[in-house]
Design a protein around this ligand. Sequence first.
Ligand code: CTP
Length: 403
Amino acid sequence: MSILSGKNVLLGVTAGIAAYKAAFLVRLLIKKGANVKVVMTPSAKDFVTPLTLSTLSKNEVLSSFTNEEDENAQWNNHVELGLWADLFVIAPATANTLSKMANGTSNNLLLATYLSAKCPVYFAPAMDLDMHKHPSTTETFNKLNSFGNIQIPAEEGELASGLTGKGRMAEPEHIVSFLEKDIQNKSPLHGKKVLITAGPTYEAIDPVRFIGNHSSGKMGYAIAETAAKLGAEVVLVSGPVSLSLNHSLVEVISVTSAEEMYQAARNHFASCDIAILSAAVADYRPKDVASEKIKKNDATLTIQLEKTQDILKSLGEIKEHQFLTGFALETQNELENAKSKLKKKNLDLIVLNSLKDKGAGFKADTNKVTLIDKHNKVEAFAVKPKTEVANDILQYIIQQIDA
Ligand code: CTP
């Protein structure tokens, strides 16, 4: 999965010959999982048709303040478009549009949207080599860069004029990888390694039976995906679940038993910056695992159990720079129990979920958590989808490690 997945990308197309490449760019962005809307300058329509771009983006393409052909002409809201976008990419960006952007002109929908956009703005210049090196263009670039806009450098090569030099719009593949790298580098967890445990563990009784629990792994997987979206390199140690996670920044290590989870977590702990242990690890396992299937003979059967390793506690004992987070699932004296677990296991943060809370629990898509830090500061959150809970937990950790 790309860091662009799920992002709202507004593509601005201006009137340069490279506008035909906007079609490829839309396709690549869609392939990366982005939601794409296109806004064009009126003359860009001479180079590539709105029909092509709307078909590829699966969204209406806008180029004027009103839909003139429509007799019930409707106002195209540039403010809304600007607010919808997580990033605004102007490609190709002609010298004319760039100069207007630098000077605050807003005589078309694209320019008005640029002035309203609060998100990061990228521009990929496309022009002839002499236009590209003209001092006025250099001044435009400098001005736009000083506004915080991000320039995707033009490339060298054959130009529409027949001349060869710098001025070609960066190839669509290069634009996409530029965006991915730039977003990643600016992400709050970029450069951080996050270790996450998730799901249940299965403790074998015999070759066909095990002791397990109802954990779905949804909370841990949501944390892993959100951490990757925030730029972290993630190691997800997962017990047996029916979920999958495909993200270039996530390494999934599948384990079955508490012992396997313990070994995997220990192997990765030293190199991680943040560890979040959300797995529902079995506290006990059968002392002896039968090598053959156990036959039903007597009226009762006793299985002797022994304690498993407490993974979280063991990491608390060897913790150095790592920010260690545990989970507590409690049914009574929730706060006191969670606080004592935090202390006993030497944690920086504990995420408390109470089974009594409506909307919290193992298999649900929602959760209700209370965060308690090592200074016993308590913050309770509302019932939310697990993806949002994951974000709350990670934003809390980011704040703590930045403080
Ligand atoms: N945990 C762990 N290894 C274990 C048991 C638990 O890493 N063998 C972790 C869980 O992933 C969770 C936290 O410890 O982050 C709390 O687990 P919980 O079962 O609620 O607490 P326990 O310490 O086992 O205490 P108790 O069962 O008495 O409530």
